[in-house]
Design a protein around this ligand. Sequence first.
Ligand SMILES: Nc1ncnc2c1ncn2[C@@H]1O[C@H](COP(=O)(O)OP(=O)(O)OP(=O)(O)O)[C@@H](O)[C@H]1O
Ligand SMILES: [Mg+2]
Length: 380
Amino acid sequence: MPRNLFKPSFGTYPHLLVGRDQLIDEFEDTFDGILDPAGLTVLLSGQRGMGKTVLLDAYRRAAEGAGWLVITESSSSGLLERLTHDHLPRLLQEHSSKPPAQLGSASGTIGPLGGSASWTERYPAESTLRSQITELTDALQADGKGLVITIDEVQAADIEDLRKLGEIIQYGRREERLLAFAAAGLSTPIEELLDHPGATFLRRAEHHPIGRVSRAEVRAALAGTIADSGHEIDVHGLDLAADAVDGYPFMIQLVGYHTLKAHTTAGPITTEDVDTGIAAARRRLGRHVHTPALRPLSSVDRTYLLAMAQDDGPSRTGKIAERMGVSAQYAGEYRRRLIRDGIIESAGHGQVRFTIPYTADHLREHAAHNALEGLVDEDT
Ligand SMILES: Nc1ncnc2c1ncn2[C@@H]1O[C@H](COP(=O)(O)OP(=O)(O)OP(=O)(O)O)[C@@H](O)[C@H]1O
Ligand SMILES: [Mg+2]
């Protein structure tokens, strides 16, 4: 029975993860006894849909595969509370052989509730976190295993929580504990976060920007997932789909999913199926990726992008300044910011291109739409 194994939703591990072999090898090496200390603090940054959450999950899998314990968290408020009240007590109960009374006496502050009191009733949050992590990593270290904490959407973290956690990670490093930390988040806010004094420890992390994957890898992901779903596609259809994906991981899933959905007849997938799939994929891309990515930009940023959008491929920076009617230096300021924000990227000397495919089309369509809205407003 043919299926549809593409997974066009955020945070879902794909049927075939492509283009990240080197990074995943590094993750595995970190936990396979090679233990390059650099790999013990990892930061993944990138634009929406590049596959950061999925890679964080790959980091978790590598750690669990080697027998480490993993705490998976997002940066919603109350992060520290959840660590000290929920995750760590649970893991300590499962993995620390010390009875609770002994845990308490380790710091000599057994309260009136005695041995039956929970950790958090006896210690304030910060010292609790450090003692709990010390206790747990001590217990695990005997078997050569450690603890991993992963935090997704780290740009949304409470900076104070992050500072406290960072201090404990740094202590852990100094004490050569088997304690690893991996975080992922959006490019721009991560850049801002790295400038923040509360996030010093993140500046020391192994920072991997997560970008597009190659065309060969896109084809491999499409062909493999289609075959495993029980369908057939010819080389022409596959090329058409791979061109539409343009190296963007989320689009592999979108194009694949909607192509299979459009394929309702018996026999191999047709060119029409692929065309229908691409059109549906692009509509969803606009809604879920372009609109949220472009929303926070200033009007000058948009003017820069619109000047770029006149080209079909990469744009020459001199040409952009000319179209904007400004100096190359002035345009350069915006270029730097937009590169930092992950909206555009360098495409060789003096050239830039959009990071996410179809941004130009989206901008053009919306420019027309906005202009029309303006006309309607004037008429009414
Ligand atoms: N290397 C890859 N190969 C195939 N599919 C991928 C790959 N990376 C990500 N995907 C798919 O792309 C989609 C987006 O991935 P993910 O949710 O990890 O992105 P993200 O970078 O975390 O996005 P956001 O910033 O919105 O959280 C998912 O459907 C995922 O399965
Ligand atoms: Mg994500």
